[in-house]
Write a protein that binds this ligand. Structure first.
Ligand SMILES: Nc1ncnc2c1ncn2[C@@H]1O[C@H](COP(=O)(O)OP(=O)(O)O)[C@@H](O)[C@H]1O
Ligand SMILES: [Mg+2]
Length: 397
């Protein structure tokens, strides 16, 4: 343990100016929040515990006339992009008018997707810090434990019918991994060979400051070779809709399979059966893969209708998931691929002869496709046994 360990009594004396405040700190703040409060005061901030009813932040901190809403997380897993998105939404909302900036403090660090998102969006009003060994680390990315995959991860994207977004999802999921610093092989198993037509041999995602660029190589099934592509640890396959046409060696290797579907009244009752059939076919060949239903083309401004449609669809997977713990229905509350114009017209470069690129351009506040696919990466990584042991042992002492 760290040498500058302080007792709670000692800390309370330093951090509280009055008996009243002392009572508030003791009653309302968790141990981690108290530690954060103490460390922020020591760094020259004036800090208060947020009111009991405040759900968006835990502490209020002010320094040099800049006021921060501070969220403190002491969960065991790294803070993921969905949590950061909620906090950013709060900061952008008028309720947060008292604050100039946000500060997110985590005891376990942040996922790669969080760092990628903040880097790509160049947020100035959100800072991250890691709390460990009784210290605040203001540059957590630099000191975060490396969690590079030790084994190659295989992901298959299936659909029960054409046009639901298999190719779109394969390409952009590969893109999100590449933004996170992984080289990716995008294997085209579909006889339409759309990936080849859209991306040719592949894409290079250039480096952003202090980072290496990443490569997405588009390959056919017989071109993929684990030993030849040694540095490539992520393989995303755009699968053939006809199950038996997919090379069996890929089916057996999949760690994750995604089946995209959409929320609409006519599809919601019939699609579930086809998805379950696909799940069963995969399961016959592969006992270990995690299988996911993913909602694509979600209309984000249609909350009440989506809630009803989602309940109907999700209910059809209840028993299935009960029997097979490695099947998951991704609640669109957590992750979904939202409908976006960028994704709708992605691939238009074939017609106007421009250079291929992914639909990750920032429009308005941020790029929804980029946000959604980075969140999907987080979601998959949270369910992987790979990395976890290493990350936890490095961070939880
Ligand atoms: N999230 C989305 N938002 C908007 N349009 C989408 C989205 N996902 C897919 N599309 C549209 O649907 C079309 C068909 O998707 P595609 O990925 O080719 O499906 P599949 O490979 O399953 O046949 C795409 O060309 C795109 O126009
Ligand atoms: Mg396709």
């Amino acid at each position: 343990m760290s040498k500058n360990r302080v007792s709670w009594a000692e800390m309370l004396d330093v951090l509280t100016d009055s008996d009243r405040e002392k009572t508030i700190v003791v009653e309302r703040a968790t141990e981690t929040e108290r530690m954060a409060l103490f460390l922020l005061r020591r760094a020259g901030f004036s800090v208060q515990v947020a009111s009991k009813t405040q759900k968006n932040y835990d502490l209020e901190a002010v320094r040099d006339n800049v006021s921060f809403a501070v969220q403190v997380s002491n969960q065991r897993a790294k803070v993921h992009l969905g949590q950061i998105e909620k906090f950013l939404d709060f900061l952008a909302h008028s309720d947060s008018g008292n604050f100039n900036e946000g500060l997110f403090i985590s005891t376990s660090g942040f996922t790669k997707s969080v760092y990628t998102h903040l880097r790509e969006e160049k947020y100035r009003h959100l800072r991250l810090a890691m709390l460990h060994d009784n210290q605040l680390d203001w540059e957590p990315e630099k000191n975060d434990a490396a969690d590079d995959a030790s084994k190659t991860i295989y992901i298959g994207v299936f659909t029960c019918k054409g046009g639901v977004g298999k190719t779109t999802i394969s390409a952009h999921l590969a893109g999100a991994f590449a933004l996170n610093g992984y080289d990716v092989a995008l294997v085209d198993l579909d006889r339409q060979q759309n990936l080849r037509k859209l991306l040719g041999e592949g894409l290079y995602l250039p480096a952003t400051k202090g980072k290496l660029g990443s490569v997405i190589s588009v390959l056919s099934h017989d071109e993929w070779d684990e030993t030849a592509y040694k540095g490539t640890k992520i393989v995303v396959c755009d699968c053939n809709p006809e199950f038996d046409a997919n090379p069996i060696e890929f089916i057996r290797k999949f760690d994750y399979c995604l089946v995209p579907t959409t929320l609409n009244p006519l599809g919601v009752n019939k699609n579930a059966d086809v998805i379950k059939r696909t799940f069963n076919q995969i399961r016959r060949e592969n006992a270990k893969a995690h299988l996911f239903v993913l909602i694509n083309s979600l209309q984000k401004d249609e909350e009440s209708r989506n809630i009803i449609l989602n309940e109907i669809l999700e209910a059809q997977f209840e028993q299935f998931i009960e029997r097979d713990k490695r099947c998951h229905y991704i609640n669109p509350d957590k992750v979904a691929i939202r409908f976006s114009k960028q994704l709708l017209y992605w691939g238009f470069h074939i017609f106007d002869k421009s250079k291929p690129q992914l639909a990750f351009r920032t429009v308005g506040r941020y790029s929804y496709p980029r946000m959604d696919f980075l969140k999907l990466v987080d979601y998959l990584e949270m369910r992987t046994p790979i990395n976890k042991a290493k990350t936890f042992s490095a961070l939880v002492r």
